[in-house]
Design a protein around this ligand. Structure first.
Ligand code: UD1
Length: 417
């Protein structure tokens, strides 16, 4: 099992080109199951993306990589089932459900895997599909969905703006009979990217200013060449690495507007932040000031995926930061790891109080989940002495060449084994 060996204390400085967004590429690949042959550019090299390509193969849509692009080609009829090991490999495999029912009129799956962040129900995904005419039963940990006469449009209101349920509904509605009106939908940039892709394939989708999404189903979708948006969480991770090590970073291939909640916190903590159309330059102070209060919220609020990474930065800031995790109930699994480095963090339910310390000290650490793993790496970069980080399979799900990028930015990090 490979580990990172990190000698902390170096400033993170230089230039990094941010890879394409995992959370865009995955639903777009799922949508490709119901579209014509497509070229999806700027797809990061991640294990989650490889799993998605394999799933597509089972559904009758071949996916192969050429450089940073994934080419999808419609092949045979495919299957109504995603093999259990692929379902277990990532939570996002549930985003294939809508496309499967739309394409095959049926789907059989086990409940999805992925990061353990407390209860991650899929009731909203199932509610939306049932409103569109799918018949859904659950037995022995398996889900059976069928719509032998196809899906139809519906008026659907999501009681929480779930990213995955919004994506599944849009994909299913794109070729359903009639109009779907979706209220209470998520508005993350990755949702807009999915809509852009589907529109490019001939789908009729509009989002009103109040966030209502209208989809007029079309009979068939053709293919398109589409470029995935930059990964805002990867961008935020590199910026936090520079911010907490007194560094200086030019992050390229970024949409600054997608990370404005994160940039304003970093500015408030004493960083100088300049932005251009597709770049952000951050110059960190010698020591960060605490962030005040950081509450995770649906977009455009502060993203839950950045909570752990921002917390790593807060561990060495001057003063106290309060975190409130509003999206997932159990997203503090990185806290015991950061404490091993000497961080002062107290948690109580959804709240975590971080009192910045002057120095962290290297330790033997475990990456507990994807974003928690990134936080642990950042903690180790700022700590004095050597740290060993295990559990890299989590990090490889979401960061394309994290160690290579950090090394080029001056960090002393290597993968062993
Ligand atoms: C997506 C992202 C993930 C990110 C999360 C929040 C992808 C592939 N994944 O995950 O990286 O951390 O958004 O931005 O884009 N919920 C329900 N019922 C449902 C679905 C969700 O109660 O049917 C709840 C969840 O338990 C959670 C909240 O809604 O509390 C947010 O979940 P959701 O937005 O669906 O997150 P994911 O799509 O799983």
């Amino acid at each position: 099992m490979s580990v990172y060996i990190i000698h902390g204390g170096n400033r993170v400085r230089g230039r990094v080109a941010v890879h394409g967004a995992k959370n865009s590429a995955l639903p777009i690949l799922a949508a490709a199951a119901v579209c014509g042959d497509s070229v999806i550019e700027n797809c990061p090299r991640l294990t989650d993306i490889s799993v998605a390509m394999e799933i597509l193969g089972h559904l009758g849509c071949r996916a192969r990589r050429e450089g940073d692009a994934i080419l999808t080609t419609q092949g045979g009829p495919g299957d109504c089932r995603i093999p259990d090991e692929l379902m277990g490999a990532m939570r996002s495999s549930i985003v294939f459900l809508g496309g499967m029912v739309a394409r095959h009129g049926c789907a059989e799956l086990t409940l999805p895997g992925g990061c353990e962040l407390g209860a991650r129900p899929i009731d909203l995904h199932l509610f939306a599909l049932s409103q569109m005419g799918a018949d859904i039963t659950e037995a022995g940990g398996r889900l059976y969905c069928s719509a032998p006469r196809g899906l139809h449009g519906a008026r659907i209101n999501l009681s929480f703006p779930s990213v995955g349920a919004t994506e599944n509904t849009i994909i299913a509605a794109a070729t359903a009979r009639g109009e779907t009106v979706l209220t209470g939908a998520a508005r993350e940039p990755e949702i807009l990217d999915l809509i852009d892709f589907l529109r490019g394939c001939g789908a009729s989708i509009d989002m009103a200013l109040d966030g209502t999404i209208r989809v007029e189903g079309v009979e068939r979708l053709h293919g398109v060449r589409h470029r995935v948006i930059p990964d805002r969480i990867a961008a935020g991770t590199y910026l936090c690495a520079a911010a907490m090590t007194g560094g200086e970073l030019l992050a390229q291939d970024v949409v600054p507007g997608h990370i404005s909640s994160c940039l304003s916190l970093l500015e408030g903590a004493g960083c100088r932040v300049e932005t251009g159309p597709d770049w952000v330059r951050l110059t960190a102070p010698e020591r960060l000031e605490a962030f005040g209060t950081v509450k995770t919220m649906p977009y455009p609020g502060f993203p839950t995926d950045m909570q752990s990474v921002m917390m790593a930065a807060a561990t060495v800031a001057r003063g106290t930061t309060l975190f409130v995790e509003n999206i997932f109930e159990s997203r503090y699994r990185h806290v015991p790891e950061l404490r091993k480095l000497g961080a002062s963090i107290v948690t109580e339910g959804r709240a975590a109080v971080v009192t910045g310390v002057e120095r962290l000290t290297g330790a033997s650490l475990v990456s507990t989940d994807l974003r928690g793993g990134a936080a642990v790496v950042l903690g180790a970069l700022a700590a004095e002495g050597e740290s060993v980080v295990a559990g890299l399979d989590h990090i490889d799900r979401g960061y394309d060449d994290l160690e290579g990028n950090l090394r080029r930015l001056g960090a002393d990090i290597k993968r062993d084994g």
